[in-house]
Design a protein around this ligand. Sequence first.
Ligand code: MTE
Length: 396
Amino acid sequence: MAADDHAPSEHTDEAAPASGTAGTRPVPGIVKPLPAEWFVPRDTNAEMRWDALRDADSGTGIGRHVPVERFFVRNHTSTPLIDPDAWRLKLFGTGLSGAPTADRPVEFSLADLRALPAAGISALIECAGNARSYYRSQQHQFVPGTPWTLGGVGSASWRGVRLADVLREAGLTPDAVDVLPTGLDPSYVAGGTDYGPVRRPLPLAKALDDVLLAYEMNGEPLTPDHGAPARLVVPGWVGIASIKWVGTIEVADRPLYSPWNTDFYRMFGPDHPPGGGAPLTEQVPKSAFELAAGAVLAAGSTHRLHGRSWSGVAAVRRVEVSTDGGRTWRRAELRDEPSAHNWTRWTFDWRPERSGPYELRARTTDHRGTTQPDTALFNREGYLFGAVVAHPVTVV
Ligand code: MTE
């Protein structure tokens, strides 16, 4: 079973404020409004609509970062409301000097974290199940779980403190190998099993490399749905690594396990090792048009198509677009300086002469030389769909 977003979970929470204003389509457990022009509600989650990256009135593009109010939300259960003044980050475990225990942890208040040297990064958060629905619609492979199209991803500027600094401040020892951040959201219950709070071990090497413990998103304090008062941002890795609402971090001198690196977020199926593949880490290349599926365009005029491409831990090298179902490809024009961990915006001018249905395609090649394939490798839970996506439009 995929913890990433399968059958509706049973909530055990008390927080979960119902929200939304007239004209919005709220998801239980998400605090911010979810206007239908920006989001598609999916069970406990809210998918960003790609056409929401162009302003409906002016047609102007949204910048490289997605505004917080338009950013997708992926919740296993529901958004907890946490008092930032009372909140403490608690660290314990055999990988810290003196091996503090869970009942006598090393503690940091938000003010303590803000007193440490601040660091910023520009990075995507992307769900491992993003684009899952195309296993079914393009490859006729049936996978359970939330049927995301391409909107389980967003880019933001994040500010906080390097996880490495927090770990060292807490007394990291050379024996430490794994860290286990745990969220303060309600326990995840599915299929009659209580899996406990959302938590996923992170190898120390990644934790010390570029992981941020963020308290700001796009220049403002984190909002409840995105992990307030503090969350991890693990650049280039599947979104589940970026634990929101971090309450505790265990630091251990031995490998750690939770359902999120054993049962969930691994690849199972005929093309994977018996017993499943390694816990998922890096994301795969993807491309998307800033256009609604089924958009209607006028024949005989030039349309500037906009889109974005990205690829886990590598920068985008080039983007190509096909307007004839993948027979011919032309280069798109890159509009950003490509950088690892973030997407690159691009444009492509297209003048369709003939009316009728078309399938647009975009594909990227990253700096490692990886190009999006025509088909994605099947896995039972439908993770990491990185194949080229056909985008239907109608020309009239
Ligand atoms: N952290 C906690 N505590 N609980 C969660 O449900 N979901 C994870 C991750 N961190 C989750 C979590 C997943 S699967 C993703 S893709 C990202 O948060 C989504 O972050 P966002 O909701 O800010 O977009």
